[in-house]
Design a binder for this molecule. Structure first.
Ligand code: NAI
Ligand code: 15L
Length: 268
């Protein structure tokens, strides 16, 4: 049966806010969790991923979890360790103890951020390309994918790890023309990840069907994902404003963009 009650961690964040709007249309009842309270959502659970008791209670009775909570940019290793590495472990342990069947894990392009982007005529980056994290942040996503594989092999807890490109209302940079995932396609992909049968642990790239795509969406499509959007209508204006990607600038020649040399830092 299709999952109905889904715990959405990181529900106060950018992606969480977009998904709070879009996922109910697919028939999900969302239980919300975040470190920060959410205006207009008095029932949202305000908890830190470090709080094992709160997590255990939060996951009790849900059919699946979409795990978005954590530090979403670069930060000192100690902070990443606590929020993303220990926090994700705590969530998986709670899910195992409470018998939750499936987690959709928000991994990131930054788990493979040091991969050179394809140049004209090169093949798309395959899903089994070696992981090359570009930050401690990317390293924590790499850990999350391994954790997910371990919980499948050892305990039969399923995960779809989505290496999200850039999920924002619109693409805001030239690199994002390749990595953009429209919010509507994001909801389509999360829905596919929640409903596909027998996923075990699958890693997929998460973006729209962009004309300038750098990576191979076939594993995501194998879950039933059928992206409907393309960043191309935004291309002309962004390139006029920012110029084409510069082949001599390493932030322009790697999947992870400026995370490879000058990552944006988590503000708190
Ligand atoms: P965000 O930074 O806007 O939201 C993250 C949320 O997690 C925040 O509301 C924050 O309060 C919460 N959080 C942080 N530490 C926590 C903790 N210890 N316990 C409980 N909650 C905590 O990030 P965004 O953009 O919404 O991303 C969501 C997830 O998707 C993140 O895991 C991010 O790494 C991942 N991702 C997002 C991409 C995007 O394009 N938005 C791209 C790739 C990955
Ligand atoms: C990410 O992993 C970040 O969480 C998001 O804020 C964007 O920076 C995105 O990657 C990106 O690479 O554009």
């Amino acid at each position: 049966p299709a999952p109905r009650t889904v715990l959405l961690t990181g529900a106060a964040g950018g992606l969480g806010t977009l998904m709070r709007d879009l996922l109910p249309e697919y028939g999900y009842r969302l239980r919300l969790l975040d470190l920060r309270p959410i205006e207009g959502e008095p029932d949202a659970i305000v908890a830190d991923l470090a709080d094992k008791d709160a997590l255990r209670e939060a996951v009790r009775g849900v059919d699946a979890i979409i795990h978005l909570a954590g530090i979403s940019l670069e930060a000192p290793f100690e902070k990443i360790l606590r929020a993303n590495i220990e926090g994700t472990y705590n969530l998986y342990e709670s899910a195992r103890e409470e018998g939750v069947a499936r987690i959709v894990f928000a991994s990131s392009n930054h788990a493979v951020g040091f991969t050179p982007r394809p140049q004209e005529g090169d093949p798309l980056i395959p899903i089994d390309t070696p992981r090359r994290p570009d930050t401690f942040y990317g390293l924590s996503k790499s850990f999350g994918e391994d954790l997910a594989q371990f919980y499948w092999d050892k305990y039969g807890l399923e995960t779809v790890s989505v290496r999200i490109g850039s999920c924002f209302p619109k693409p805001t940079g030239v690199r994002m023309l390749s990595l953009w995932m429209s919010p509507a396609d994001g909801a389509r992909l999360f829905h596919a990840a929640l409903t596909a049968e027998d996923v075990g642990h699958k890693v997929v790239y998460g973006s729209s069907a962009n004309t300038r795509l750098w990576w191979d969406l076939s594993t995501a499509r194998s879950l039933g994902y059928d992206p409907q959007d393309d960043s191309e209508p935004y291309a002309e204006k962004l390139i006029a404003e920012q110029g084409e990607l510069d082949p001599t600038n390493e932030a322009h020649t790697h999947l992870g963009g400026h995370f490879v040399n000058d990552p944006p830092i988590w503000p708190y």
